[in-house]
Design a protein around this ligand. Structure first.
Ligand code: 1CP
Length: 345
């Protein structure tokens, strides 16, 4: 039984640091690309057979300490009845920018939000046979709102930021609906076998400290404390957001994922590793370093392990692995983590 990730997340000292990789199931793997030739991304998410296979692909290649269920940030949005497709990222042809479209959204019962994903979790849990922990996930309300309001990814999401400036009340209603959706959806993933829920706030970096504090953080507190009340372990990952550490360090989660811009050792100095409010830190090798090959990856991993205390640290990249990364870089990262001397030794 390997529950290194879960134990590290809950503050235990473990024999070595756990490792998993954001977006570990995906396009850098030839076996993923092979399967993807024959199926669309939507078909792969909707089929528990295919999604289970893809979730387990990186686990067959590398001795990672967690699997993350194959799905997308937009998966629960289908249940809201908002049409979207992928090319390659999410596209919402009719973005939500007026009161009627936002106020008409209804959150269905938890079991109805993403039945195929729940089934995938049950199958992956069996398939893992205790070899690794299983991570379920949801996009944070702000980062789901980003696609719903903008209609597509990238370029700073100006329509999203404009909606917040134009109508704080309406913006708050949208985030509140998405928070309920994420909470119900995450609880059901836990019931379906996820050991941990990671909340991806991929676009948190677009927010000023004031807007995050006033308009986003209260919803995250409701989401994370709702999960904590149910005894569900959580990791919150904020992308591009070192300026928000003063806020994120007090969120009611067990782990905080840092993006590659943050100084992890410095963060460890200001975020407690023991007692009330303690947090495990996750991350944060720059994903671009893996493009530079195994030697550069090995150097970056060694530097991270040298500067960040092992206790309370889950090794990961500081954002998702890129499709162009050579497999040997991933092997180098795994080796570096596995070859480190014992944490409690
Ligand atoms: O064409 C293809 O094969 C699809 C590419 C792809 C993949 C493999 C997309 C479209 N999503 C995914 C899988 C995915 N998405 C996972 C899988 C589990 C894993 O191995 O980690 C996860 C957790 C996500 C979550 C996700 N989707 C996020 C949050 C994480 C992050 O990277 O910040 C975001 C921002 C998305 C949106 C999205 N979906 C797909 C793409 C290419 C993107 C990002 C680019 C964009 O906004 O246009």
């Amino acid at each position: 039984m390997n529950d290194l990730l879960l134990r590290t997340l809950m503050g235990e000292k473990t024999e070595r640091r756990p490792l998993w990789i954001m977006r570990q199931a995906g396009r850098y793997l030839p076996e993923y690309r092979e399967l993807r030739k024959k199926n669309t991304f939507e078909e792969m998410c909707a089929s528990p057979d295919l999604a289970t296979e893809v979730t387990l692909q990186p686990m067959a290649r590398f001795p990672l300490d967690a699997a993350i269920v194959f799905a997308d940030l937009m998966t629960p949005v289908s249940a809201l009845g908002v049409p979207f497709h992928f090319n390659p990222g999410p596209i919402v042809p009719n973005p939500l920018r007026d009161a009627a479209s936002i106020r008409n959204l209804r959150v269905p019962a938890a079991e109805e939000i993403a039945p195929a994903m729940y089934e995938t979790l049950r199958r992956v849990k069996k398939g893992l046979e205790g070899r690794a922990n299983l991570i379920g996930f949801a996009g944070a309300p702000w980062s789901i709102a980003a696609y719903l309001v903008e209609g597509k990814g990238g370029k700073g999401f100006p329509f999203l930021r404009a909606l917040l400036a134009e109508d704080e009340v309406l913006f708050g209603e949208l985030l509140s609906t998405l928070t309920t959706l994420c909470l119900e959806f995450s609880i059901e993933q836990y019931r379906s076998g996820a050991d941990v829920i990671q909340i991806f706030d991929s676009w948190a970096g677009l927010l000023s400290v004031k807007n995050y504090t006033d308009h986003v953080e209260p919803h995250l507190i409701r989401l994370l404390s709702g999960l904590r009340e149910k005894g569900i372990p959580t990791i919150y990952f904020a992308q591009g957001a070192p300026h928000l550490t003063e806020n994120t360090k007090t969120l009611p989660c067990d782990g905080l994922g840092l993006c590659w811009r943050s100084d992890m050792a410095e963060a460890r100095n200001v975020i407690p590793n023991e007692g009330e409010g303690r947090k495990t830190l996750q991350g944060n090798i720059d994903p671009a370093i893996l493009l530079a090959g195994p030697e550069a990856t090995k150097r970056a991993a060694a530097e991270l392990l040298r500067t960040v205390p092992a206790h309370g640290h889950i090794v990961n990249l500081g954002h998702g692995i890129m499709p162009e990364v050579p497999i040997d870089s991933v092997h180098a990262l795994v080796e570096a983590v596995h070859n480190e001397a014992g944490v409690s030794a």
